[in-house]
Each structure stands twice: as C-alpha cells, then as structure tokens.
Design a binder for this molecule. Structure first.
Ligand code: CS2
Length: 453
C-alpha cells in the first residue's frame, strides 16, 4: 500500500486537488454518525469556515480509524456528467468511538467548547431511546448540571420536521431539572440536507489513489449538486456555513422528501426487482423516465404546496437529471434499505394528502406494489433480494401469512399499523390499484410493466 493521506503530504498532492487552508485548532461542532453523507455534505460546508468537527461513530470504527490515521483528512471526488474534480477536506479535527468512549462522548456534549451537535444517524435511530437519543439526554444532563452554555442540536437526517422529531426523541428522556434547563438553553432547528452520496466502494478508493497519489481510506464521492436549508434557530454561536437560513424549512423538507426521496425509493424498488444495479441504469429502462415524470406531475406535485418560489415539476426535472448522472453509481439496494422507516414520509404522506384532495392514487400505487414485491424477497429473474430493514422479519411474516394472492399481500402491508397511517390503510382505491399493479409485476415483471404503462 502507498503512503496514507496526512498533514505532511498535503503540500505534495497534485496541483489540481483543492487542499484545506489553515486547519482549525478545536472543534465547536460535535457530529454523530460517520457515514459518507456527512463527509460529503456537512464536513464540506464546515471546511469553508474556520470551525472544526469532532466526528463520533456510534458503532463501527472503520471510518473513524481511517480518519484518525489520516489526521482527519479525506477526499471528496465530485463526479459530474462532464468529469471529476477532487478536494481534500480538513474540517475534521478529532474522532470518537461512542461504543467504547461513552464518557468522553458525554463530556464533549457537555463541554463549553461544543456549540453545535449535528446528527446523521439514519431514520431508525430516533426510535431507539437506548441509542443516540439516550446519549444526547445524558450529555444534556451533564451540561445542565455544570450550568454550561447554550447548545444547538441539529438533525441532518431525511425526516419531516426533523428538529421536532429529534426533540421529541430526547425530551422524554430528560430528568425534570435538565428539562427545565434545556427549555431555556437548547434548540433543535430543522434542516433539509441534499446531496447524492453513494456508499464508498473499492472504486472510490481506487479513484482517490489515482487522483491523490496516496491512499485515502476515508474517501467519498458525490454529485456536484449540494443544498442545505436550515431553520434559523441557533441557541449559541454557529459556523458561518454557506447554507440557506430560513424560517420555512418544513416546505423544503416536504418538497425534497416527497419528490427526490419519494422517486428515489420508487426507482430503487423497481430497479432491484428488475435486477438492475443502480438508479441511473433503472432510469434508463424503457418507460422508467416517463413513469418518474408522471409520478412527479400527477401525484407528487398535487399533494402539497411547495415553498415560495419553487415549482415541484421543475424541481423534479432537476432531480431526474441528477439521478441520470452516469458518474454516480448509486445502488438500488442501498436506497431500498429501511423502507419501513423511509416510506411513511416519502410515499404514505403523499398518498394521504392526495386522498384528502380527492386526486386518484393510481400511479403512486405502483411503488407501493413494487415495495411489497421487493419485501417478498425475489427479483423478476428469481435472484434473492435482501430485506435490510429493522421491521423486516415482521413484514416477511405478514407477507408469508397472506399467501400468493396480490390483494391479500397488499392488505398485509397496508394493515401494518406501525408503518402505515390510518387514512392510507383505509384507502380502498389505493388498495385496489396496488393489488392490480402487484398482479402485473408478479405476472410480467418490472420491465414489461414499465414499457406498457
Ligand atoms: C436516498 C438518500 O438512501 C436513500 O434513501 O434516497 O440518501 C438520498 O440520496 C439523499 O437524501 C440525497 O440528498
């Protein structure tokens, strides 16, 4: 293996690689969740300020060990239709492994020098009181007991009202004294984050080696587009991020969750069933792009009013162009993960609002049918499909009990009240349409179904 990226090597990197300026001395931001998305999104925004980040990994140490061996440095390859560029990010000044360094994690949440805690811990983490919410609650108790300065907890996960969701996960875990202190000193702004960042693969590390001339085991790759809309509700100081600060994040969250993430999940299940590896390849199936376009204009757009100045159909066109980026190999199976945690905000909220507005739900029933067939575990070519979902076992049991009949399988999914809200569960028009699509998918497969739409 060649040398690994580190501070001393920064001066020797090829001239076309952008390198960080003066490295920040201390952090200011504690980030929880060391995934690729954080490195290609919030870390890049922070790299353009004079703040630094301590990155804390809840469980797996792979990424933080790689970062620690590289003085916190890593590269982001931006892959556009017109080629690639590379930058090294220097915002990460320290790392922490929560599973083995819980005391240090609590001290950091309580520290005077920590002003903002950011989170990318995936949708399901907010439902686990023993996990990140419990850690935050214990850290806040320590900060409150010390009479520490105000703290902002900023959720960067793809959830609606993600600030309120985070507060609702943490608050019930606080003792009365901490709760009273937190009411005065802690804020939970919402934020909408957006950048397509596939999980890193050996191709990512090979590309980093070719571009940098040294090994980077924390390398990530991403599309050129990046957006961050943050509710302007900070308890104390914050980095001067080049983000949009607003009082209407909810509108942006809805626009992004329903349009980008909703279509993403729809394509991911269709693609996985059709034995196609990536989103851009799925979009290239005959009929797929037309379907995505109809889904946006006929179902997603009529379900809500976009934020001021935005047009959902035009936004959706940009999204489809981003999905088609051939430089990004975003695997359908990555996006298909955790459907039970994602579809409520990506699909079911849209369906409920359409029913309210009396708009037919024919087309949006297709992704529901695709998810149902995906959960059954076989692709159109008979390959085994993994169900990587915290509720996967229950879903599979329900489907097995329903037997092969499409209507019974749709009922098994719609009747799962932990996931499906009441108006959607009782939507007979949706049930009929989804059962019809599922019969089509079972009989003819995704490719034929899309082609004949
Ligand atoms: C994707 C998102 O994995 C998924 O479920 O839909 O990670 C998506 O790529 C990002 O939200 C884009 O900002």
């Amino acid at each position: 293996m060649s040398e690994v990226l580190n501070n001393d090597l920064l001066k020797r990197l090829p001239g076309d690689v952008r390198v960080p300026g003066d490295r920040p001395g201390n952090a200011g931001v504690l980030h929880i969740g060391a995934g690729a998305f954080h490195r290609a999104h919030q870390a890049v925004y922070t790299d353009d300020t004079d703040w630094g980040i301590t990155v804390a990994a809840p469980r797996s140490r792979d990424v933080i060990d790689a970062l620690a061996a590289q003085d916190g440095l890593f590269s982001v390859a931006t892959l556009g239709p017109e080629g690639a560029s590379m930058r090294v990010v220097g915002a990460i000044v320290d790392t922490l492994h929560i599973a083995t360094e819980r005391e240090r994690a609590l001290d950091l949440i309580a520290a005077d020098t920590t002003h903002v805690v950011t989170l990318t811990v995936t949708e399901k983490a907010y439902r686990d009181p023993e996990g990140v919410p419990g850690l935050l609650a214990a850290g806040l108790a320590r900060r409150a007991a010390r009479g520490g300065p105000p703290l902002t907890i900023l959720c960067c996960d793809n959830l609606p009202d993600n600030g309120k969701t985070t507060r609702a996960a943490v608050e019930p875990l606080l003792d009365p004294a901490t709760r009273a202190w937190a009411d005065e000193h802690v804020t939970f702004p919402s934020s909408m984050v957006d950048r397509i960042v596939p999980a890193s693969t050996t191709a990512t590390y090979d590309r980093a080696l070719a571009g940098l001339g040294v090994t980077d085991l924390a390398a990530v790759e991403a599309e050129p587009f990046s957006q961050w809309v943050i509710e302007d509700d900070f308890a104390g100081p914050r980095p001067d991020w080049n983000a949009t600060f607003t009082n209407d994040v909810a509108g942006w969250e809805r626009l992004k969750l329903r349009t980008l993430n909703g279509v993403h999940s729809a394509l991911a299940y269709l693609g996985a069933l059709a034995d196609v590896e990536t989103i851009s390849e799925t979009l290239a199936l005959p009929g797929a792009e037309d379907f995505a376009r109809w889904l946006i204009s006929e179902q997603i757009a009529p379900s809500f009013a976009p934020p001021d100045g935005q047009d959902t159909v035009a936004y959706g066109e940009d999204v489809l162009e981003r999905f088609a980026n051939p430089g990004i190999r975003h695997r359908c199976l990555q996006i298909a993960m955790d459907g039970s945690q994602k579809l409520p905000q990506r699909l079911f909220a849209t369906i409920a609002d359409l029913a309210d507005a009396d708009v037919a739900r024919d087309l949006i029933a297709l992704p529901l049918a695709a998810w149902t067939r995906f959960c059954s575990g076989r692709s159109d070519a008979g390959a085994e499909l993994p169900l990587d979902d915290p509720l996967g076992d229950v879903i599979r049991r329900r489907l097995a009990a329903a037997g092969p009949d499409p209507a019974a399988r749709i009922d098994a999914i719609l009747g799962f009240r932990q996931i499906v809200p009441e108006p959607v569960a009782d939507d007979h028009q949706l049930r009929r349409a989804a059962a019809k699509w599922l019969r089509e998918l079972d009989r003819h497969g995704v490719a034929t179904t899309l082609e004949h739409l």
